[in-house]
Write a protein that binds this ligand. Structure first.
Ligand code: PHE
Length: 460
């Protein structure tokens, strides 16, 4: 008997859930700090190019695969090929990526939770900027804080996914996403009044940086996959809960637009503060956790807005984490036929264990600096990565682009012309873009991704 699969209540519900998956720590935590590390300007421009020319076509391809197969990634690839087809490897790679990404994503979400708590309990209003910066260092280095919040965050994610995503996620996204947006706009008004605004604006939008390297291009490309939740089947899975007649073209454009808007907004909020207080824009993963509390400590009403901001950051992380866990869970439910509750608890628990080394990366010699010495000898001079950094690097810079490449090649070259064309044009008023889409998927995506890979491993 065919199993009844859940569906979104409406196309709008899908857009919100998919935007909830896309908008997350990648936009507010990661994008600003990697923009800072890569010198702004050029990096932002290349990132925008990657979103438009590579990310967006792949998002449409993923939603198409999901919507037409009504199956999770591994099953979808089987359905379009045959059992044992190597294409199913693209689906498995996605399941693996879900484990890897969620294991460290949850640590960062834990910081957001801890900062929500800190801004309520101790408050940042009385603190000097230096003390606020020092706080992040001690949080990162504290194993118990990290493991504790990591466990709490995973438990909440498990609880929601166990119930099935539809009710909880659609509802939560519907309320929380607009609130997050409004709060960012309030912060933007504050940031425009800072002395550093002009400098920040130039830093973000003027491509005159000398810091750009091949590694930066790889990072911009990898991040465009990460931020749009692409290359690992999250959008295939979410697309599989979409009714077959829904328009995927305008939905994908809306999702990518919202995601990019939040990322740029986050930069426009953070960098003016960073330049005003004289922080280093290349300060790394602590950037948002230092600059935002500093801004709030100097702002009237900051004591109220600070917990609200970190709470919303936690929710943004949660709607993304759910989609990550959902990819792994839907595999075990659809393919191995494990009951949803068991599959969710089991997968979530393994991810929790897998995340412990990341939770310990800020302090111990084992996974932190000691591990970094080891990776330095593998990756070469100046590239020492602790466990946390290494997982982030492998997942976003390699696994996601590789998975995305597989998806693009599959849809462009392997899927039948008729199914592809009909899928793209269903209910869409943008059907005339079809040939552009196919052109990007056939040539620009593979050439672009391969060129960046070959450059990264030193061949070109
Ligand atoms: N897009 C999410 C973010 O920006 C992260 C994510 C990646 C979620 C891959 C799902 C799949 O935070």
């Amino acid at each position: 008997m065919a199993k009844e699969r859940g569906h979104w209540a409406s196309r709008f519900g899908f857009i919100l859930a998919a935007a909830g998956s896309a908008v997350g720590l990648g936009n507010i935590w990661k994008f600003p700090y990697i923009t800072g590390e890569n010198g702004g300007g050029w990096f932002v421009l290349i990132y925008l190019g990657c979103i438009a020319l590579i990310g967006l076509p792949i998002m449409m391809a993923e939603v198409l695969i999901g919507r037409s197969s009504q199956l999770s990634p591994v099953g979808a690839f089987r359905k379009f090929t045959h059992g044992g087809s190597p294409w199913m490897g693209v689906g498995w790679l996605g399941v693996l990526a879900a484990f890897v990404i969620l294991s460290y994503y949850s640590i960062v979400a834990g910081w957001a939770m801890h900062y929500t708590w800190l801004s309520i309990s101790t408050g940042f209003t009385e603190m000097e900027s230096d003390a606020i910066s020092a706080t992040f260092g001690s949080v990162y280095a504290n194993p118990w804080i990290n493991i504790g919040w990591h466990g709490a965050f995973m438990a909440i994610t498990i609880a929601i996914v166990a119930k099935g995503v539809r009710g909880g996620i659609e509802l939560a996204s519907r309320i929380l996403m607009p609130v997050l947006f409004i709060l960012l706009l309030i912060l933007l008004i504050y940031s425009t009044t800072r002395d550093g605004f002009g400098e920040a604006f130039k830093f973000i939008f003027m491509p005159d940086s000398t810091k750009l390297s091949g590694a930066s291009v790889l990072e911009a490309l990898g991040h465009s996959f990460f931020t749009l939740s692409l290359g690992m089947g999250a959008m295939i899975t979410y697309g599989s809960y979409l009714h077959k007649k829904e328009d995927l073209v305008s939905a994908s454009i809306t999702i990518a637009f919202l995601d990019t808007a939040v990322a740029l907004l986050a930069c426009l909020v953070l960098f003016p503060i960073i330049f005003t207080v004289g922080m280093d824009p290349a300060a790394g993963p602590g950037l948002v956790f230092v600059s935002i509390p500093i801004a709030f400590s100097q702002m009237t009403g900051g004591a109220l807005l600070a917990p609200l901001f970190f709470l919303l950051l936690t929710f943004a992380a949660l709607t993304s984490a759910i989609s990550l866990l959902e990819v792994a869970v839907s595999y075990f439910v659809d393919e191995i036929k494990i009951p949803r509750l068991v599959a969710t608890i089991m997968t979530g628990f393994v991810i929790f264990i897998f995340g412990i080394p990341s939770a310990l990366s800020g302090g111990t010699a084992l996974f932190g600096s000691g591990f970094a010495d080891m990776t330095q000898s593998i990756f070469g001079e100046g590239d020492g990565k602790n466990w946390f950094d290494l997982f982030d690097y492998l997942a976003s810079n390699w696994m996601l682009p590789l998975g995305g490449l597989g998806i693009a090649v599959f849809v462009a070259w392997r899927m039948g012309d008729a199914a592809r064309e009909e899928g793209f044009k269903t209910s869409s008023q943008l059907g005339k873009l079809y040939w552009w889409w196919v052109f990007l998927l056939r040539y620009i995506v593979p050439i672009g991704v391969l060129a960046v890979f070959l450059h990264a491993i030193g061949i070109i």
